[in-house]
Design a binder for this molecule. Sequence first.
Ligand code: FAD
Length: 154
Amino acid sequence: MDDRTFRNAMGKFATGVTIITTAVDRDVHGMTANAFMSVSLNPRLVLISIGEKAKMLEKLNQSDAFAVNILSEDQKELSMQFAGQIQKKRKVTFEWLHGIPILNGALANIVCHVYSKQLAGDHTLFIGEVIDVAVREGTPLTFFAGKYGKIANI
Ligand code: FAD
């Protein structure tokens, strides 16, 4: 198969959308990501996958901590901003939980310390041990076949 066929096949997996946030010396960096999954209940572990070209990789190597902010359907613009997809950027205010920056308005903020990491091809898999969560009501932003969407029937 060629790369396009592989990407098309992967795009058939509908996901939510997250923004990963971290900070080095209180300087916050965020990045849109949908490669996120829950891994283990005991201990509580989650996984994210970060591309070798992403600035986020070096930030995470330095901070050893991150938050996964699961976006609500009204946070599409924020997702585009943190994916570098829009020119017009707005100033984003972060809250802090256990010294880790989190985003207001997300459906969930999952705050983690890096538990382990594994190089996998051109990405690095970070497993995070969850130290705290915050949850709110709402409906999710979705991503399917390269397009944002929302869930119609919830
Ligand atoms: P940059 O490209 O420099 O930053 C990203 C953007 O975030 C910039 O526009 C920057 O202005 C903004 N930003 C960063 N920090 C702040 C701040 N403190 N305040 C305001 N704005 C800020 N890539 C992966 O590696 N793994 C994935 O799982 C993944 N999933 C994706 C899912 C979707 C739906 C999309 C659209 C993209 C995904 N990407 C993923 C691609 C990734 O989001 C982009 O390549 C991104 O640009 C990489 O960010 P960076 O760390 O290199 O930083």
